[in-house]
Design a protein around this ligand. Structure first.
Ligand code: CA
Length: 224
């Protein structure tokens, strides 16, 4: 599950990202409205968390512009609790829900889950290849109907590969979607995670699904 977080308060943004990452979500951050709008229209997200008061372009405008471009991604707007008009304007602009600041992380989490449930009811989102099935919403992965136990990071990597089925996913892409900015991208940690994923998914099966594309990254597909 991939979330775009558009919030200019860096501290809050990092805290939210950390919490959501621990829940197994892949989180991209934008720190102003222009960057948020750009990412929202060029990448695919399951949900956008959008602050109202942002530098460059405010959240209401971002929301309006995205809806004008027919981008249907659910939007959870962050508003100042005291400003009722912000909430109304936000919903009028096409946001799906709002959350007043300050908020408890637990509340954010349950709002996100509710929105994702609602939007995924409309579109089947079980990702599959061969006999591997991944349900991003329930955080369940199975191969040949047998449940595979994965850590949140392993799950996030597998989900990313599956969302780009038959395409090469670079190490940088994996790092960007799974780790935060403090991460040392020179380390071979991605390869270590891929090794454990392979052990869990591709061991003792006829069709290996995770393939190394030398010098580039990885690919999930039926054949090399
Ligand atoms: Ca703000």
């Amino acid at each position: 599950m991939r979330i775009l977080l558009v919030e200019d308060e860096k501290r809050l943004s990092y805290v939210v990202k950390k919490g959501l990452t621990e829940e197994g979500y892949a989180v991209d951050q934008a720190f102003d409205g222009a960057e948020g709008f750009y990412l929202a229209k060029s990448e695919t997200y399951d949900l956008i968390i959008l602050d109202v008061i942002l530098p460059q372009v405010n959240g209401i405008k971002v929301c309006l512009e995205l809806r004008k471009k027919k981008i249907p991604t659910p939007i959870l707007m962050l508003t100042a609790r005291t400003r009722v008009e912000d909430r109304v304007t936000g919903l009028d602009a096409g946001a799906d829900d709002y959350l007043g600041k300050p908020f408890a992380f637990a509340e954010l989490k349950s709002r996100i889950q509710a929105l994702l449930r609602r939007s995924h009811k409309q579109s089947q989102t079980i990702l599959t290849i061969d006999d591997l099935a991944v349900d991003p919403l329930k955080h369940v992965a199975t191969r040949a109907k047998k449940v595979i136990t994965l850590t949140p990071k392993e799950f996030a990597i597998l989900e990313l590969l599956l969302r780009h089925k038959n395409e090469v996913v670079t190490r940088t892409q994996i790092i960007e979607h799974t780790w935060d900015y403090n991460f040392d991208s020179l380390s071979n940690v991605v390869d270590v995670f891929i090794t454990t994923l392979r052990r869990k998914i591709d061991k003792e099966v006829k069709h290996k699904l995770i393939h190394t594309v030398h010098g580039v990254g990885y690919k999930i597909s039926l054949s090399k």
